[in-house]
Design a protein around this ligand. Structure first.
Ligand code: GTR
Length: 434
């Protein structure tokens, strides 16, 4: 009947990519061409609605959030970082008639640079408030650093085997296992704070029929939507990122510049940072690392992971409406170049890895390229090479295009977020956030 009844064979052959025409990001539904920033505002709103209805689902515009600092440790990284832990509570929007929704607690970790006591050469670190990266993590804040004091999540975690989890519960054994993805000492040394939270504190990463996490806080809201447009887990995670930004904005003690917070995410969490940046324009910049299908890669190429495949393996990530496009990518009213363009006029960085063909590096590059006309209408350069020209092909491996407002880089190696990726992102964002 569809892909689920056959063995899926991913296509990795450029010559077998179906012919496709991308939707024009600057052509409105009524057929008018966008030529000014004013017209773009209306087209942008229309495009967000298309992504809500056909890809991610819709979350409410309101949020109800409190934040409390529960730990402040100024001894981290030889005293160069202040580590904060916060409890961020998301309250129900209003009393539900069907159930009694409780509040949801998210644990947030923030590593904030500290100005060296003695100025000297290290005086390059200002006294703040600091620009920051905000990104979710896959398995708990305790996996980000071996620090024995970081709170371990009490929420459901994916099973990683007895070495780090016990039947969907996080354990002490998981401390620091994801530290290579979070080189916070280096990032703080470059003058940026790092804020992270476990995605499963917001919504568990399994098909729970919307019974847990954020959906359980707003059952009436979810029910009120047409079934196709009910938000999937990526929309819930994105909403959670906005709640964390609310909390950071309200907590002056953190010394973070809430107007200079860049979203970062790897893989499924890169899809999430793209959607969070699209729906919440308070974020100052957006980074998608190896986000692939449903993220930065063009769906119409059906290269590596496809819409049908991702919907089959992760039926809870996107809205039901997205499932209509299984093996019918050409009928999607949008594609990923438009998702990237939702960041405009803010800077956006897309990173791919050569051995991550499942995420379609070329599809991520082409989306970055085809997002450029939107930046140009706003008077900005989109994707440009070092000679300020529009690139005609991918950069050479381990090189990048960073001179415009869109950055793209291609790294050696596998699906991962590495220190070298962070260094690219920092170098690019230094131009905008500092
Ligand atoms: C894969 C999935 C990708 C990507 C990845 C990840 O299994 O097919 O879309 O999201 O997981 O998040 O690591």
């Amino acid at each position: 009947m569809n892909a689920s009844s056959q063995e899926f064979q991913p296509n990795y052959d450029e010559s077998k990519i179906p012919p496709y025409v991308l939707p024009d990001p600057l052509l409105t539904a009524s057929g008018d061409r966008v030529t000014s920033p004013e017209q773009w505002a209306a087209r942008r709103a229309e495009t967000i609605e298309l992504f809500e209805n056909h890809v991610f689902g819709r979350m409410p515009a309101e949020r109800n959030v409190d934040a409390k600092v529960v730990r402040r440790d100024p001894t981290i990284n030889d005293g160069n970082t202040i580590r904060y832990e916060l409890t961020v509570t998301i309250h129900p929007l209003k009393a539900s008639t069907t159930t009694e929704p409780k509040s949801l607690e998210i644990h947030v970790l923030a590593d904030v640079p500290k100005q060296p006591d003695s100025g000297g050469d290290e005086g390059q670190i200002s006294s703040g408030p600091y620009p920051a990266f905000l990104g979710l993590n896959f398995h708990g804040n305790h996996t980000v650093s071996p620090d024995p004091s970081i709170r371990i999540p009490s929420s459901w975690v994916p099973d990683r085997g007895s070495q780090t989890t016990d039947g969907h519960r996080a354990t002490e054994r998981g401390r620091g296992v994801a530290a290579s993805r979070w080189p916070n000492r280096m990032i703080n040394g470059a003058g940026y704070a790092v804020i992270t939270a476990y995605c499963g504190d917001i919504d568990p990463d399994f098909d729970d029929g919307f019974q847990n996490g954020l959906h359980a806080l707003m059952p009436d809201y979810v029910e009120s939507l047409p079934p196709d447009q009910r938000p999937g887990t990526i929309a819930a995670w994105s909403y959670g990122l906005s709640c964390i930004l609310d909390a950071v904005t309200a907590t002056e003690e953190l010394n973070i510049d809430a107007s200079n917070v860049a979203l970062i995410g790897h893989s499924r969490l890169g899809k999430t940072s793209l959607w969070a940046g699209a729906t919440d324009t308070r974020f100052a910049a957006v980074i998608s690392n190896n986000s692939g299908c449903g993220g930065a890669a063009l769906s119409r190429r059906a290269f590596g992971e496809t819409v049908a495949r991702i919907n089959r393996n992760f039926p809870h990530w996107f809205c039901e409406g997205f499932h209509h496009y299984d093996q019918r990518e050409s009928e999607l009213p949008v594609d990923s170049h438009q998702l990237l363009a939702m960041a405009a006029p803010r800077p956006i960085a897309v990173g791919s890895a050569v051995d991550d063909q499942w995420a379609d590096p070329r599809g991520e590059f082409l989306a970055s390229l085809h997002a450029s006309p939107v930046y140009e209408v706003l008077g900005l350069a989109g994707l440009k090479d070092e000679e300020n020209q529009t690139p005609s092909d991918l950069p050479v491996v381990d090189d990048a295009f960073t001179s415009g407002t869109i950055s793209y880089h291609l790294r050696t190696g596998k699906h991962d977020l590495k220190e070298s990726d962070w260094m690219r992102y920092i170098q690019f964002l230094d131009r905008f956030l500092k």
